[in-house]
Design a protein around this ligand. Structure first.
Ligand SMILES: *[C@@H]1O[C@H](CO)[C@@H](O)[C@H](O)[C@H]1NC(C)=O
Length: 236
């Protein structure tokens, strides 16, 4: 293959790979509300219930909560978490945010989402601090995005910010659920993109070779034509 053909193939390969990288919301959730996820770009989730993803809340010290997400596989890409009071206002403060997380600034009140779509490992923890003097039960709303088409809305957690009592608390079963899966499925999923790229490259290579062969034949034909016409045999 000529250098030009290879250059052309490489640029085509680059172009075809771009959609794979812009198709997800790589820099945070596209919505502020877990209820609106299905109406957005992701559309309805392909995950079957029960999804196995779960968020729980625990109060290690007064007013300070530890939220723990667990689930199947070795982790997730995206997340959206916030805490509502009875008036549906987002309250409290997420503290010690992991480097992979950020506050979603376009939502009214404290809302956490991911910064990049890199894998985040289970069990995944967030710290949340209740506002001073708050009373009455609060609700934690959350969802997890495994990948673009596979996301799960997690069960709402109702909790008492004073006593720490919570409708979903951590238990030992969750720890098992959070262990990295030994099945081959995540492996296959990880390399799907790679396999697709190889397939595209091979296809482009074949198409390129065929076109090149056709062009060469055309060139030979026109040369011999030039020869028969006379005198122009050396012209390129
Ligand atoms: C507040 O939430 C806790 C934990 O889910 C529950 O046990 C309690 O009954 C709730 N209190 C009220 C007043 O709803």
């Amino acid at each position: 293959m000529s250098k030009n053909t290879i250059k052309l193939l490489l640029s085509l390969l680059l172009l075809t790979s771009i959609p794979f990288y812009v198709s997800a919301f790589p820099t945070g959730a596209g919505t502020c509300n877990v209820e609106e996820m299905a109406n957005g770009d992701h559309g309805p989730s392909s995950l079957k219930e029960p999804t196995g993803y779960r968020l729980s809340a625990d109060m290690p010290t007064k007013g300070n909560f530890e939220l723990t997400a667990v689930g199947p596989g070795d982790g997730f890409k995206g997340i959206l978490v916030y805490v509502l009071n009875a008036k549906n206002e987002r309250i409290g403060e997420f503290t010690n945010l992991p480097a992979t997380m950020q506050l979603k600034s376009d939502c009214k009140g404290s809302t956490v989402t991911h910064k990049t779509k890199d894998n985040k490992n289970f069990p995944f923890k967030l710290n949340w601090k209740a506002p001073q003097g708050t009373s009455g039960n609060l609700t934690i709303k959350s969802l997890i995005v495994k990948d673009f088409k596979n996301w799960a809305r997690l069960e709402d957690i109702e909790f008492d910010p004073v006593t720490g009592a919570s409708s979903v608390s951590p238990d030992t079963n969750e720890v098992t659920a959070g262990q990295p899966s030994k099945s081959s499925k995540p492996f296959v999923e990880k390399y799907v993109l790679f396999i697709v790229m190889i397939a595209i490259t091979t296809l482009l290579y074949i198409v390129g070779s065929v076109i090149e062969a056709l062009l060469k034949r055309q060139q030979v034909k026109s040369r011999s034509f030039a020869k028969t016409v006379g005198g122009f045999g050396n012209a390129k």
